[in-house]
Design a protein around this ligand. Structure first.
Ligand SMILES: Cc1cc2nc3c(=O)[nH]c(=O)nc-3n(C[C@H](O)[C@H](O)[C@H](O)COP(=O)(O)OP(=O)(O)OC[C@H]3O[C@@H](n4cnc5c(N)ncnc54)[C@H](O)[C@@H]3O)c2cc1C
Length: 485
């Protein structure tokens, strides 16, 4: 009998737990440890942030589902990792602290045979001075509570605009190394359309601010895409969209300080500038959660498990950009020191950025961190779950399921405005996510035909369809596993 502990109930943790439970007989235990009582479909936060969806439409409580499916659930947060146990506990364990209920504040050693770290990113607002959601007129849409708050304040600003106030709106990245440009891009397009729907578009100046070197970089070094019968660079496509909608842009910007309505940033030229605003949504940098790890004798072994995020089977050897290879990217998400620990989704440490690293003239790194969107988070979680299932069934380590972001595609449907008839979406499919310059030297490392972009109402319908399909899947309704990750 094996016990698998899954940390986190986001896309990766929940996908892993669901597949493990479906494929393992009930003599094996699957336990999820996560601080939030709800599952949230994060991509739809964008629509909460423009008031077109309520939080309750994008979330559901985990405990009743897990109870029904015989998955253990602890509403707790992981604190420290003890992969060898300690002097009193022989088995490896994670020390967790309950965050709700009658056990709130209590700690427990949760032992395991296999551990899946699906804790995603820490939203590291503190890395940018003054960037705390809800203060300094700056907001976030990274969680449903943040998104609700953003909408409350945008709504209030729209009312003021209706009374004649001219407003400046700033959306993008709030740190020189933030990722998730895609989410900010979706939000700026949705906000722009929302202002038009409220008939106040002419009262607003909307500006995109980003650490990208070019528009459409998205932390993936941009893309050459097929667009209908043409091929087009992603920056051309995004420029066209922004020009069409009258959105200004500031690029190569490392935002480092926020004051009430003022974003301070440094650009690649090394200039220190400011941009004022009445409403901002700036994505913070993502970091690991700062977990510590200890061996049997309580000695600190954090560097064996973490490098910010969790260390897995990537090649972390520091190399200049010219020597980076697609083979540096992990395939099994297994920790090399403790082979019963895995980290799918955002929780694993990437070997390097995907975009070409750039520094300002003052030496400040201004480069998007690699994005890890929902699709690869789900796929990597399933790979990990399948390998654990095989290892348990075969009685020995089995790592036959593999998939690297260098041979995996990602489909990203960015909503560009809500509305069943007036909505729009930008659908971008990339293959592979990490460019393979050896295989596809003439098309910027990507396979044309499998890397394409489209704009239109169909994208909005698709995004909406995905919202319902993935919530159906997450609720583990009949035949849920037939819906791909
Ligand atoms: C606004 C927004 C829009 C997005 N839109 C899209 C999109 O359209 N398409 C797309 O593909 N991707 C999108 N993404 C990215 C996508 O949401 C992420 O790739 C995905 O959520 C990552 O999954 P994950 O499981 O690794 O992390 P998460 O989903 O962040 O899950 C992490 C989990 O770990 C839990 N946790 C945190 N700390 C602890 C702890 N100490 N102990 C235990 N558990 C812990 C959290 O509560 C959470 O349950 C978007 C992201 C954002 C922010």
């Amino acid at each position: 009998m094996a016990k698998i502990v899954v940390l986190g109930a986001g896309i990766s943790g929940h996908v892993a737990a669901s597949h493990l439970r479906r494929k393992l007989s009930k003599e094996h235990e699957v336990v999820v440890v996560s601080p939030n009582s709800n599952y949230q479909w994060i991509p739809s936060n964008i629509w909460v942030g423009i008031g077109r969806m309520k939080s309750k439409q994008i979330l559901f409580p985990l405990e009743p589902l897990y109870k029904k499916k015989k998955i253990g659930f602890k509403q707790a947060k992981a604190m420290t990792f003890h992969p060898e146990g300690d002097t009193k506990e022989n088995k490896p364990y994670v020390l967790v602290e309950y965050v709700a209920g009658e056990n709130k504040g209590q700690q427990e050693k949760v032992t395991y045979d296999y551990l899946i770290n699906g804790t995603g990113p820490k939203l590291n607002f503190e890395a940018t001075e003054g960037l705390i959601p809800g203060t300094n007129k700056a907001y976030s849409v990274c969680t449903y509570t943040h998104a609700e708050h953003a909408w409350d304040n945008l709504k209030a600003l729209i009312q003021e605009m209706k009374q004649g106030k001219k407003a400046k709106i700033l959306i993008g990245t709030g740190h020189a190394k933030s990722t998730c440009q895609g989410a900010a891009f979706e939000y700026i397009l949705n906000v722009e359309q929302e202002l038009r729907k409220h008939k106040v578009r002419d009262m607003a100046e909307i500006t995109w601010i980003s650490n990208e070197y070019q528009l459409g970089d998205f932390g993936m070094d941009g893309m050459l895409m097929s667009y209908g019968s043409l091929s087009m660079k992603s920056h051309e496509m995004i420029e066209m969209i922004f020009e069409d909608r009258g959105i200004n842009w500031i690029l190569g910007a490392g935002v480092h300080k926020i004051e009430n309505g003022i974003a301070h940033y440094e650009n690649l030229e090394g200039e220190f500038k400011t941009e004022t605003y009445d409403f901002a949504m700036l994505i913070p940098s993502f970091s690991g959660h700062g977990f510590k790890a200890f061996d049997k004798n309580d000695q600190d072994i954090t560097e064996k498990l973490f490098k910010g995020f969790m260390i897995v089977d990537a090649d972390y050897t520091p190399r200049p950009y010219e020597e980076w290879s697609v083979q540096d990217w992990p395939e099994t998400y297994q920790n090399p020191s403790y082979k019963n620990i895995f980290a799918p989704g955002i929780a694993f440490a990437p070997p390097h950025s995907i975009s070409k690293p750039r520094k300002s003239k003052n030496g400040t790194d201004i480069t998007p961190a690699p994005p890890r969107t929902g699709m690869p988070s789900g796929i990597t979680a399933k790979i990990v779950a399948d390998n654990i299932v095989d290892s348990i069934k075969n009685g020995k380590e089995s790592l036959n399921h593999k998939g690297s972001m260098g041979n995996m595609g990602a489909a990203c449907i960015a909503s560009a405005g809500y509305g069943l008839l007036s909505g729009s979406g930008v659908s971008i499919t990339t293959y592979p996510i990490v460019p393979d310059y050896n295989k596809y030297p003439k098309t910027q490392g990507r396979q044309l035909g499998k890397t394409f972009g489209e704009i239109g109402l169909a994208g909005h319908w698709l995004k909406l369809a995905l919202h319902y399909a993935f919530i159906y899947k997450a609720k583990m309704r009949p035949f849920w596993w037939l819906i791909p990750e």
